[in-house]
Write a protein that binds this ligand. Structure first.
Ligand SMILES: *[C@@H]1O[C@H](CO)[C@@H](O)[C@H](O)[C@H]1NC(C)=O
Ligand SMILES: *[C@@H]1O[C@H](CO)[C@@H](O)[C@H](O)[C@H]1NC(C)=O
Ligand SMILES: *[C@@H]1O[C@H](CO)[C@@H](O)[C@H](O)[C@H]1NC(C)=O
Ligand SMILES: [Ca+2]
Ligand SMILES: [Ca+2]
Ligand SMILES: [Ca+2]
Length: 486
């Protein structure tokens, strides 16, 4: 270890030279700000009541929402919040958690309902449930955050024989054209009928907001759209060349092993007539589709799908280019990272990687570096683009964090409005949440004074813990140099 450390010190001057070379393309500087303690932290979300860019003189703040679950029966699970996390972000060990609820079994993604839904800010939405005996899940609304939060109202339908679990956040779309936003979500059911092996059911469903008092009314009417997606569904308005925009819902299937898009033939995007619902298959290769978002990955001005397939042996991160007409076109695939595998020999039922999020700086001039949660492989990674050429889909996979257990649902934002990006990385197996800061060196953004030692990872074979601030610099000469010394 010490030998490697010295080698690294010698390398540093070399890295600095690389920054000045015209060959250099992407350069992201990062350091770990610290950690704070939470038992079994799972999904993190950074939220803010409005969507305008945060400026230094704005009084808008970011809040952190966090779920924590333990699969063991009888153990109480928690939903936590941190109001104005920017105040303590430079000293993460000073971060104080506020309990939002301990009423849920296996809480998953926690989100803030957009103010437009109920003309009220501070409504927290909790999705919950997974495996027996914690499989009686729900979509619940809790008003009053931050402050004295109210009792949860369970909108996800009356209690029924089949128990459903809800994983990723509900999305708010008016599905029936009554000007009230409805909750669109994927749900999952664990079907156990001995002596058959357990099987899994997933479906895309929307809960219809009642005509009045939605926030006080439980058991909204459920409407099932299609069978398939278990954990995540993503409504998005996509442009069709020459024909305006249309609402599409992207549906990744984990157990179903495919990725589809669903829409309605209704010209006003009203989903009540189920005979008008159509689907198209984007990919059907049996991989476990786990995470997805719509974002311009290669910076050519057009949105793409950033997709994760989870696996015991060969998880991938992929980009699909959205065709001119999503209903009929071909989605061109680029696999930007692969070979993620679960370490050890107890890999059954596990998978890697988890979530992928682009780190977008305010200037947004370059292809974003992508932050990856390794999930069951106990790491977090960066995918650094090899160049800013939109036609170049090559990335370098760099370890960012090595943990002792599962790495959970990551989130990032410029929490303190200074141009650098802060990332929240829950380390489920460590009972800790790691906080990192990323700075775009060519962006001129300021790095505020920070707390003590961080971790710096450089290429696969070099792994050091030190307080040295270094630069992840992709340049041909540097990579070749590292390869040659390792
Ligand atoms: C599931 O939870 C709901 C809401 O708390 C409850 O009404 C229902 O009885 C539960 N069902 C089972 C089978 O436990
Ligand atoms: C892993 O997946 C990638 C991309 O699909 C593929 O190119 C590669 O051959 C796979 N590796 C193994 C060991 O199967
Ligand atoms: C799994 O790995 C452990 C520790 O390396 C070893 O003791 C055990 O024999 C392995 N089990 C199998 C089934 O390979
Ligand atoms: Ca509606
Ligand atoms: Ca693009
Ligand atoms: Ca910042």
């Amino acid at each position: 270890m010490f030998v490697m450390f010295r080698t690294l010190q010698h390398l540093l001057s070399f890295i600095a030279i690389c920054i000045l070379l015209p060959l250099h393309t992407s350069c992201v500087d990062y350091r770990e700000l610290g950690t704070f303690n939470v038992d079994v932290p799972a999904f993190s979300t950074l939220v803010r009541p409005t969507v305008e860019p945060l400026s230094a003189d704005s009084d808008e703040v970011y809040d952190l929402l966090l779920s924590a679950f333990n699969p063991q029966p009888g153990v109480v699970d928690h939903v936590w919040g941190v109001h104005d996390i920017g105040r303590t972000i430079n000293e993460p060990d000073k971060i104080q958690l506020t309990l939002i609820s301990d009423d849920f079994v296996w809480p998953n993604e926690v989100s803030l309902v957009p103010e437009t839904v109920f003309a009220e800010s501070g409504v927290v939405c909790v999705c919950s449930g997974r495996f027996p005996p914690k499989n009686n899940g729900s979509v619940a609304l809790i008003p009053g955050w931050p402050g004295n939060v109210g009792e949860p109202v369970l909108i996800s339908g009356a209690s029924q024989r089949q128990l459903w679990s809800y994983t990723r956040a509900a999305q708010w779309v008016d599905m029936n054209g009554d000007n009230l936003l409805d909750a669109v979500v994927a749900r999952f059911s664990f079907v156990l009928i001995p002596p058959n092996p357990p099987s899994f059911q997933g479906e895309l469903v929307w809960f219809e907001q009642p005509q009045s008092g939605g926030l006080q009314t439980p058991d909204w009417s459920p409407h099932v759209v299609i069978q398939g997606p278990e954990f995540l569904s993503l409504p998005v308005r996509l442009t069709i060349a020459g024909a305006g925009e249309k609402l599409a819902i992207l549906c990744p299937e984990y157990f179903g092993g495919k990725l589809r898009v669903v829409w309605t033939e209704d010209p006003g995007d009203i989903w009540t007539d189920t005979t008008l619902i159509r689907t198209a298959t984007i990919e059907e290769d049996g991989e476990r589709y786990f995470d997805l978002q719509v974002t311009d990955v290669n910076k050519d001005g057009k949105d793409d799908l950033l997709v994760v397939t989870s696996s015991e042996t060969n998880g991938t991160v992929r980009v699909y280019e959205i065709p001119d007409d999503f209903r009929t076109g071909t989605w061109e695939r680029h696999t930007i990272a692969s070979g993620f595998s679960v370490p050890g020999n107890m890999t059954q039922g596990k998978g890697t990687p988890g979530m992928a999020i682009p780190l977008r700086f305010a200037s947004d001039l370059k292809k974003p570096t992508i932050l990856i949660s390794g999930d069951d492989d106990r790491h977090a990674y960066l995918l650094v683009p090899s160049s800013d050429d939109p036609a170049d889909w090559s990335y370098d996979k760099r370890p960012l964090l090595s943990s002792t257990g599962i790495v959970g649902g990551i989130s990032s934002a410029d929490i303190d409005g200074d141009g650098s990006i802060e990332a929240i990385i829950p380390a489920y197996g460590e009972d800790k949440v790691h906080v990192f800061r990323f700075t775009d060196e060519t962006d001129g953004s300021v790095t505020k004074p920070t707390g003590p030692a961080g971790q710096v990872g450089l290429a696969g074979a070099l792994w050091v813990a030190s307080s040295i601030k270094t630069c992840l610099c992709v340049c041909v000469c540097f990579c070749m140099f590292v390869v040659s010394i390792t």
